[in-house]
Design a protein around this ligand. Structure first.
Ligand code: FAD
Length: 476
């Protein structure tokens, strides 16, 4: 991965993808693997938006069965399995347990029926999957069994527990990056820190983008036959520029804590009826996912009061925990497409992605799940072929192993993986800052290595260290 901006302007690409989150990267990869010429730009780092902030869970879609959304559940099962096939070193099997109380829709009988249906929908969940990644079927535990295995769950009104398994991505940021590396290996041209500023237009149709290189401020024009808007939180800037109504967004959050993780992910219900999960990741407990309940266009405005509301809901859901602000080491936060929830006036994460595809050579993709990004990319790539008027080449991203590599030495990350800032290096290329701010010594050492490679002055190095600290500052 090297930085020669001329590669973005030297030709007209078949496809320009705006946004290098998991959706943009999987689209770029699929298009390039099927033989199209592809450019992708991200105004920040690859995978630094919602894709950095997800709960690391690759869901098999159990929750969709509650509303009998079989198609969605089936897609989730297949995509969870795809991760195990194409990136077996990047995922592990994670047991989940959800305590149950007397309830017609969420009690023991409802969960038994749900698991029976899941056995049908997910009958082939382990086909072609390595032995260590086989996912056992879900089961309902009796009250006695629940208390024997999970004494902390003992509480008045407990009737049993639902237990199932999903995957958790162990190095999620390197997994996201590996889609970009796969795209590059297929000939795509990818740049981080290049922001698309406005669509280029030709006869009322979008013909690429005006863009600006972050490090140098150099303006660029990137010409493309089809443009895909996969800009996550920035999606509406593009929609606005092309005269379309905005997609409503809501802030979603997880809290990464210094609490040591157990082996099982535990669910709990807050007084507002929200199901929250405590998920073990890198030996820490992650809590999520919480949505702010109102529309938002910023990941940071009002964050402190949201964190405090989230903490109090966690303590309702897990009363023995006594979680405090001082336990929080990192707040994952991202803007995700919103839909009206069951409670009046409260919005929540939309279940279905939105793909807006009109007759102007622009396709807009608002993704709702990391798990299903590859499948959505497959459909978007089919649409790109239709727009280009070419016969679609079959998709192979579901069977081709990803070039996933665990964390590399910092020097290699800077040389080979387009590190531009210290945050790129410590947050996404290596696990140094994945669960909280690195120590002063670690930051100084990392800044020394990255700065030596990138030719930073002492002032620039100090600025980069300050930027990393600021990233964690809201949580003290
Ligand atoms: C708190 C939280 C928990 C979640 N938990 C899970 C989970 O456990 N499992 C799951 O499957 N999903 C989960 N999700 C959902 C999942 O993270 C998202 O659906 C997915 O990451 C969205 O990816 P994306 O590529 O659409 O957006 P993003 O990852 O946000 O990527 C968009 C990119 O576009 C770039 N961009 C914006 N504007 C421009 C521009 N003008 N020019 C160039 N680039 C631009 C941004 O810098 C960004 O990198 C969670 C989400 C959140 C927020």
């Amino acid at each position: 991965m090297t930085r020669d901006l001329g590669r973005l302007t030297a030709r007209t690409f078949d496809v320009l993808v705006v946004g290098g989150g998991v959706y943009g990267l999987t689209i770029a990869y699929d298009c390039a693997q099927r033989g199209l010429t592809v450019a992708l730009v991200d105004r920040a780092d690859f995978g630094s938006g919602a894709s950095f902030n997800h709960l690391r869970t690759l869901h098999g879609g159990l929750r969709y069965l509650q509303s009998l959304d079989i198609g969605r559940a089936r897609e989730s099962v297949c995509e969870r399995r795809t991760f195990a096939r194409i990136a077996p070193d990047a995922v592990r099997v994670q047991p989940f347990v959800l305590p149950l109380r007397r309830s017609l829709t969420r009690g023991v009988n409802a969960m038994r029926a749900g698991f029976a249906l899941d056995r049908l929908v997910a009958f082939d969940r382990n086909q072609g999957v390595a032995a260590n990644l086989q996912v056992p079927g879900g089961a309902v535990l009796s009250r006695t069994e629940t208390v024997r295995r999970f004494p902390n769950l003992d509480a008045p009104g407990l009737t049993g527990a639902a237990m199932w398994h999903d995957y958790v991505s162990t190095e999620s940021d390197r997994l996201t990056l590996s889609f970009g590396q796969a795209a590059i290996a297929c000939g795509a041209v990818l740049f981080n820190y290049v922001g698309a500023t406005a669509p280029l237009k030709e006869g009322g149709r979008v013909s690429g983008a005006r863009a600006s290189d972050g490090p140098t401020g150099r303006p660029l024009e990137i010409a493309a036959r089809v443009t895909v808007n996969a800009a996550g939180a920035g999606i509406n800037e593009w929609l606005g520029a092309s005269g379309r109504a905005a997609i409503p967004l809501v802030r979603a959050m997880n809290l990464v804590t210094r609490r040591e993780a157990g082996y099982v992910a535990v669910g709990g219900r807050s007084r507002s009826g929200r199901n929250l999960f405590q998920v073990p990741w890198k030996n820490r407990e992650l809590f999520g996912t919480w949505e702010a309940g109102r529309l938002s266009d910023s990941t940071d405005a009002g964050l402190e009061s949201d964190v405090s509301a989230f903490l109090s809901e966690i303590n309702q859901a897990f009363p023995a925990l006594g979680l405090k602000l001082s336990d929080v080491t990192l707040v994952h936060r991202g803007l995700v497409p919103a839909a009206l929830g069951p409670r009046p006036g409260r919005v929540e994460l939309a279940r279905h992605e939105r793909v807006i595809d009109r007759n102007d050579n622009l396709i807009t993709v608002a993704g709702t799940k990391y798990t299903t990004a590859r499948a959505v990319a497959q459909r978007v790539t089919d649409s790109v072929f239709r727009k280009l008027g070419r016969p679609a080449v079959p998709c192979r991203t579901d069977v081709t192993p990803l070039p996933f590599r665990r964390a590399v030495e910092l020097v290699n990350a800077v040389r080979d993986e387009m590190v531009v800032t210290l945050a790129d290096a410590v947050l996404r290329r290596t696990p140094l800052g994945a669960v909280g701010c690195p120590t002063d010594d670690e930051l100084t050492r990392a800044a020394g290595v990255v700065g030596a490679e990138l030719g930073w002055s002492p002032e620039k190095t100090a600025q980069e260290i300050a930027d990393v600290r600021r990233f964690y500052a809201l949580t003290g």
